[in-house]
Structure formats: structure tokens, C-alpha cells
Design a protein around this ligand. Structure first.
Ligand code: THU
Length: 159
């Protein structure tokens, strides 16, 4: 029997002003687009901003539906659009921000399992890590890659 341990590093910042100028811009873009989310059912408005390898920023937000499984999270609307339009352009970083149903900045923001799977696919597709920046009101968490968020993932190597 062998025991394996998987660790991830989470860099926690107290304030957006502690981030680099590039990351501050990306978080600002995620905050801005979150206010335009279509979330009439949950009232939870999420914004995602992607920093592309050419320095450009692509933003999107969650789009809900009366038939709830038909809706989609901000991370996936952003990534699918980016990958559809720029299939050769890697994604370098993703910032996520949200406004809760009371109109306040969301606490403890963390991507859902399906979004982790889709972000990981993009990481594998371009064979380069995607940094993740979670703008969680009282703290900002930064991760070096998506792989750490989805250990023992199902991926193309199984197929
Ligand atoms: N949501 C996102 O867009 N991204 C996340 O990381 C978490 C959840 C959306 C899905 C749904 O529209 C609403 O937030 C409440 O779950």
C-alpha cells in the first residue's frame, strides 16, 4: 500500500491593491461584467475575465434559464466563446468575481465542478497552466493552475 498526498498552494491577498497592475485590471473586468449577468433565478451574478496570451481580455457572465440545467456559469460562457473565436490563443489567467442576491460582493467564491473540468480542458488544450484569481470580497485567492483544483481528473489520457 502506498499513500499519496496532493497539495495545492493558495496565495491569499487581503486587498485588490496588493495584486499586480495586470491582475487588478483583470479582476476589475470580472467585477464589471458580473453586473450584466442574467441571473433572475438565483440573483447570484458572476463575472469571468480571461487574460489571453496576446494580453487581451475576454469577459462574460452567467446566463440562467427557467429550465435550470440549460443555463451556464460565467467561466464556461467565457471559455467557450474564447476558444470558439481564438482556437489558437492560450488563456493565461482567469479572474472571477460575483455579486450576491442582496447586491453585495460575494463571499467564498469558488468555481463549480463542471467549470473546473472545462477550465482544465483549456489548460490541457494549450498545454500551459491557467492562473485563477478568485475575488471573494474580504480576500483574493490566487492559484497557479487549474490542475490543483481537480485532482485525479478525468481527462483525454483515459480515452
Ligand atoms: N455560477 C457561476 O457562474 N460560476 C461559479 O463559479 C459558481 C456559480 C452561477 C451559476 C448560477 O447561475 C448561479 O451562479 C448560482 O449558482
Amino acid at each position: 500500500m502506498q499513500t499519496k498526498e496532493i497539495k495545492i498552494l493558495i496565495y491569499e491577498y487581503k486587498n485588490i491593491s496588493d495584486l499586480s497592475a495586470d491582475d487588478r485590471e483583470l479582476v476589475g473586468a470580472a467585477q464589471k461584467i458580473s453586473s450584466k449577468a442574467y441571473a433572475p433565478y438565483s440573483g447570484f451574478k458572476v463575472g469571468a475575465a480571461l487574460r489571453m496570451a496576446d494580453g487581451s481580455i475576454i469577459t462574460s457572465n452567467n446566463q440562467e434559464n427557467a429550465s435550470s440545467p440549460a443555463g451556464l456559469c460565467a467561466e464556461r460562457t467565457a471559455l467557450f466563446w474564447a476558444n470558439a473565436n481564438f482556437p489558437d490563443l492560450p488563456v493565461v489567467s482567469i479572474a472571477i468575481s460575483a455579486i450576491d442576491k442582496n447586491g453585495n460582493p460575494a463571499k467564498n467564491l469558488s468555481p463549480c465542478g463542471s467549470c473546473r473540468q472545462v477550465m482544465l480542458e483549456t489548460e490541457h488544450r494549450f498545454n500551459q497552466p491557467i492562473r485563477l484569481i478568485l475575488d471573494s470580497n474580504s480576500k483574493i485567492e490566487v492559484l497557479d493552475n487549474i490542475e490543483g483544483l481537480l485532482p485525479m481528473s478525468f481527462n483525454g489520457s483515459s480515452l
